[in-house]
Design a protein. Structure first.
Length: 275
């Protein structure tokens, strides 16, 4: 049986398996953290060009995070030493910034999580580097559609499985694989919390969505099969068949009448084509 816990800003929050239900102070904290995360992605957009290293992008993310009065939640998290994750082409998620430079035709996901005044703003976007082949562009477009279709299903009274079912149904129309090894997650004052948001699920299953719930939706969609493997660095996940992978992520809150996206772009740069 699913357990829910109503909390406010004075409570000690533990990762105890309960789904947290937040009040107005939580929504305000998540709006500020989410908007900072979105602004960071807006600001680095012009830098995502051939010849720029992922390490340079990571440095800029760190600078923008600190300038915004926050700290990168990823730095020091389980030993991770960088301010964001940057995943290129067949890297599904958790790509480690380095001296590697972007190349013409790459597709790139940049995932940032500033921790601002105790709240986590978690979001990622895809970027197209130079002249990107049509099949890669279509994968990116469909992945964004999967995200927004999933968000549309995140309504009070719905079930968590409704989100994954809608995402999987859309991706399968294009014969794309939906990654199962990684999922969305609850967040707020904790970086990762209950519930797990699986992107391939059965409608009508899972916990009921209630006002006050905060979580991410972050579908990872592969051009080929859904299977992934972890590299020896312990972080980088790649497609087993070396097919391209794409991902978008928003942090949302369930409201009385629907949901609120905390991490929407202030400039309207939600997906490639907008910027």
């Amino acid at each position: 049986m699913t357990e829910y816990q109503v909390i406010d800003s004075r409570d000690t929050v533990l990762r105890d398996g309960t789904i947290k239900l937040h009040g107005p102070d939580g929504y305000e904290g998540m709006r500020k953290a989410g908007q900072l995360a979105a602004r960071i992605l807006d600001e680095i957009t012009p830098m995502v060009q051939p010849g720029v290293s992922t390490g340079e992008l990571d440095d800029k993310v760190r600078e923008l995070t600190l300038d915004g009065g926050a700290v990168p939640a990823t730095m020091g998290y389980r030993g991770y030493a960088h301010s964001c994750c940057i995943s290129i082409n067949h890297v599904v998620c958790h790509g480690i910034p380095s001296e590697k430079t972007l190349k013409d035709g790459d597709i790139v996901n940049i995932d940032v999580t500033p921790l601002l005044d105790g709240w986590h703003g978690d979001t990622s976007r895809m970027f197209l580097v130079g002249d990107v082949p049509l099949k890669a562009r279509r994968l990116v477009d469909v992945t964004y559609e999967c995200l927004m279709i999933g968000i549309d299903k995140a309504q009070p009274g719905a079930r968590l499985g409704d989100i994954g079912a809608a995402i999987e149904e859309h991706a399968r129309q294009f014969r794309y694989g939906v990654v199962r090894e990684f999922c969305g997650h609850g967040l707020g004052r904790l970086f990762h919390d209950a519930p797990e948001v699986v992107h391939a699920a059965k409608a009508g299953t899972g916990p009921e969505l209630k006002p006050g719930m905060f979580f991410t939706i972050e579908p990872m969609i592969n051009l080929g099969k859904p299977w992934v493997k972890l590299l020896s660095d312990g972080w980088t996940a790649v497609t087993r068949d070396k097919s391209l992978s794409a991902q978008f992520e928003h942090s949302i809150g369930i409201t009385e009448t629907g949901n609120e996206i905390f991490t929407g772009s202030p400039k309207g740069w939600h997906k490639p084509g907008d910027y």
